[in-house]
Write a protein of this length. Structure first.
Length: 141
């Protein structure tokens, strides 16, 4: 468990905004593994009888996921330079690259990285939602 630090600064990006990103990132990483919310199981074979209880529209599900990913990409792209740097720093802290007490260092490094391709960089992290969540917790936000 990570140690929470005393907050000596304010985030430019609101914690509620980060939590929205967390929800969207987790929805994307969950993909179709929620096993088809409609409820039916995959194809089952019992004593030479094949039953397909799998009644869903894969294209509609795929399209929904793409919309979620595109929405998150656009939200991240709309961040200003400070907010984008903070989001990257939170992900790094959550991933364990920095400790919560090293916020200033993580933020300085994220600012040096610049705002180029921030959405692509962050969305390339397979556990982005978890990293952001851990990062918020580590800094006490």
């Amino acid at each position: 468990m990570r140690r929470r630090t005393q907050k000596e600064w304010e985030l430019s990006i609101g914690p509620d905004t980060v939590r929205l990103f967390i929800l969207k990132a987790k929805a994307i990483s969950a993909g179709l593994s929620s096993d088809y919310e409609g409820g039916s199981e995959h194809e089952i074979e019992i004593e030479d009888q094949v039953r397909d209880g799998h009644h869903h529209d894969g294209l509609a599900e795929e399209e929904e996921q793409d919309l979620t990913a595109e929405e998150l990409r656009e939200l991240i792209s709309d961040l200003n330079v400070d907010e984008a740097a903070e989001l990257i720093a939170l992900a790094w802290i959550g991933r364990g690259d920095y400790d919560g007490s090293e916020w200033a260092e993580a933020l300085a490094e994220a600012r040096q990285r610049g705002n180029r391709k921030t959405a692509a960089y962050l969305m390339g992290m397979p556990m982005l939602g978890d990293y952001l969540e851990e990062g918020l917790e580590a800094i006490g936000a």
